[in-house]
Write a protein that binds this ligand. Structure first.
Ligand code: HPA
Length: 272
């Protein structure tokens, strides 16, 4: 079965459960899943029920698509995303994004946890992603182009919508949230970076580094979606102390900043 046929099959199944068209898709990062509490939920569909959705590798780590409304807008949220480091192929990582587009979304909002390499950043701060560097990951569009989804050589001069960056910045200012802007460097993980790697990433022009988002955003750009993405800075790669970075501290920092992230995303949904 071709990928467009797989997308159609997924679409047909979802359509049989939920007859409405969502406008906005949301992908929630590690430790940031509580946003779904803001959602007035109509229906949740476990990934395992949806034809051709990747199958979860970790038992008990169930993902689902949540359909509902936020601020009166119809949204679909991915609770649980797929990472390349878990062993999914790049095509599997982006399959749900392609299905969201086929469902009718025009805008994709993405969040993630990221390590800061900008020396002015502090743990817990939010960074609106203005651009990314993708060369250290596998480009998910490698292979035969799916012309029905988008062009062979997609323009990537402005992957992140300027309009949404401006609106989100305004919302953060109104709420009194100190927000940073910066470039996100995509890596495959699952190792955190060495000190030399964090230094290299900074020298190459990035402000933060993380293991998700970039493949999803490339797929979204390929299909012409409007994209907004935001990172919670959960640890610092460039630092004075001799400490190590743990997954636990990343999750704790993400959870602590979640209310700020939620208020920005909720505000943005009303105006995007
Ligand atoms: N590096 C890569 N990915 C991450 C980090 C980091 O320091 N923190 C959270 N995700």
């Amino acid at each position: 079965m071709t990928i467009p046929e797989q997308i159609s099959a997924a679409l047909q199944y979802i359509g049989s459960k939920y007859p409405h068209q969502p406008e906005i898709g949301i992908v929630l990062g590690s430790g940031l899943g509580n946003f779904s509490k803001e959602l007035y939920t109509d229906i949740s569909i476990p990934y395992e029920e949806i034809p051709h959705f990747p199958v979860a590798t970790v038992a008990g780590h169930q993902g689902k698509l949540i359909f509902g409304t936020v601020n009166g807008r119809r949204v679909v949220a991915m609770s649980g995303r797929f990472h390349f480091y878990e062993g999914y192929s790049p095509a599997e990582v982006i399959f749900p994004i392609r299905v969201l587009k086929a469902l009718g979304i025009h805008t994709l909002l993405v969040s993630n946890a990221a390590g800061g390499v900008n020396s002015e950043f502090k743990v817990g701060e939010l960074m609106i992603i203005t651009d990314h560097i993708s060369m250290a990951i596998v480009n998910p569009l490698v292979g035969k182009n799916l012309d029905e989804l988008g062009p062979r050589f997609p323009d990537m001069s402005q992957p992140y919508s300027r309009e949404l960056i401006q609106k989100a910045t305004g919302i953060a200012d109104e709420l009194g949230i100190r927000i940073k802007h910066g470039v996100y460097f995509g890596v495959t993980g699952p190792t955190f970076e060495t000190r030399a790697e964090y230094r290299m990433i900074k020298i190459l022009g990035a402000d933060a580094v993380g293991m998700s988002t970039v493949q999803e955003v490339i797929a979204a750009c390929h299909m012409g979606l409007k994209v907004f993405a935001i990172s919670v800075i959960t640890d610092l790669g460039i630092r004075e102390e001799d400490n190590i970075i743990t997954h636990q501290e990343v999750l704790e920092a993400a959870m602590a900043s979640e209310p700020l992230l939620t208020s920005i995303l909720t505000g943005l949904i009303a105006v995007c």
